[in-house]
Design a protein around this ligand. Sequence first.
Ligand code: GRF
Length: 207
Amino acid sequence: MSLGCAVFASGNGSNFQALINRKEAGDLDVDFKLFIGNNSKAGSFEIARKEGIKAVHMAPSHYKTEKEYNAKLMNILDGENIELIILAGYMKKLPSELVHKFRHRIVNIHPGLLPAFGGKGMYGSKVHQAVLDYGAKVTGITVHFVDEQYDHGPVILQKTVNVEDTDDVNSLAKRVLVVEHDNYWKAIKAIAQKKITIEGRRVFCNV
Ligand code: GRF
């Protein structure tokens, strides 16, 4: 049976679309049961609607307290029998109770080689700007499990991207994004096929 997934995204959703494309191509046996977004005008929300995936707008401002917001989120997930949460550019920190409940069942993709150029406030073009400012010759992508700290959980997969002398933030961002699209699905496929074992921080993909 297909792995029941929830996708959380805030932005354009190009990674979300790339995963949908892989599913449609028959490369990825998952069931996108639910989409959670905190910006109903974002491209990612539009993708969910277009695909007929149940899309829920979870804006913290709609709730009196964080506790209420968290309870609602947990409630929605409970109702859908979700086995894996896929973060695809989700800009809000997850409640710790959610991370606890879904230990090793939440994945994220970061546009850099963690633990470099990660952590709170390091997202999007900020990552690529920091890579260029540092003068790094190599950057890349990291797919990892999510724990209580930003960009910190066990690493599932990393791929490198060379930084060229001619690169600026835009050119680097474009090349890194292509590598994200080409690889995120592979980590999710390994999870769906139960080909992953975890020992401490080390993740082994038995493929
Ligand atoms: C990606 O760069 C991803 O690494 C990061 O957020 C960005 C989302 O881009 N977590 P998109 O919305 O999938 O185009």
